[in-house]
Design a protein around this ligand. Sequence first.
Ligand code: ZN
Length: 271
Amino acid sequence: MAAARVHLHLCPRLLRAFASSTSRPLVATHARTSPLRRAGPARPLAARNRRGAGSSMAAAPPAEAEDFATAADLQFEAPLKIVLYPDPVLRARNKRINTFDGNLRSLADEMFDVMYKTDGIGLSAPQVGVNVQLMVFNEAGVKGEGEEIVLVNPEVYKFSKRLVVDEEGCLSFPGIYANVLRPDTVKINAQDVSGAKIKVKLSQLSSRVFQHEFDHLLGILFFDRMTMDVVESIREQLKDLEDKYVETTGQKSPETVENYRGAKDVISFAR
Ligand SMILES: [Zn+2]
């Protein structure tokens, strides 16, 4: 998720929750208040689809044998480059990870590097061309400040009925900012970079960043969650990215906003 225009708010309770659920201390030595501007206070909106809201996930993960990422799937070349819409890598399936080694740690480190360089506060592995279930975020958006959080194989097991709309940006959509409606809080299970299990409730900005990045791991992009009128407001910018893709690759755009037929359900976390 892009940092610009997003309010920074480090929640001490969140930091403690992460600290107590992981093997190594993750607490920032100091929380920073925001130099960045928020578009406006988050405000609740009526849910367009409340089915399952507040309950456990209705749809179970696929029952078939786990297809974990191989060493080849986890290969990367530094420095990483951000994959831009409409590259099909952003829609590809992301494999779960069961190898917690130095390579995974290096990949997470490189993801933080490129995230800071591009003014981001969150980044998912598919956005750097690696189709695995890995995300990194730091609400401070600055190296050495805030808290660096790495989540592997994340799952949402509960979300709030209360929905909030807020403006989001995405590193795969440079310069595009628009409102997205999402559950206010989520409860998640995940693993850290060493494989240790994490169970935590996320709220405020961390909930927003997590849900945005988690969507990437499901192949969902932020405009998929926008209402038609919001998509309309960024249609030309999306088309520009599609045109650039055609120019740089010489290939047809794999998808186009012209075919957009309305938002996905607000609540659809199942894989
Ligand atoms: Zn994004």
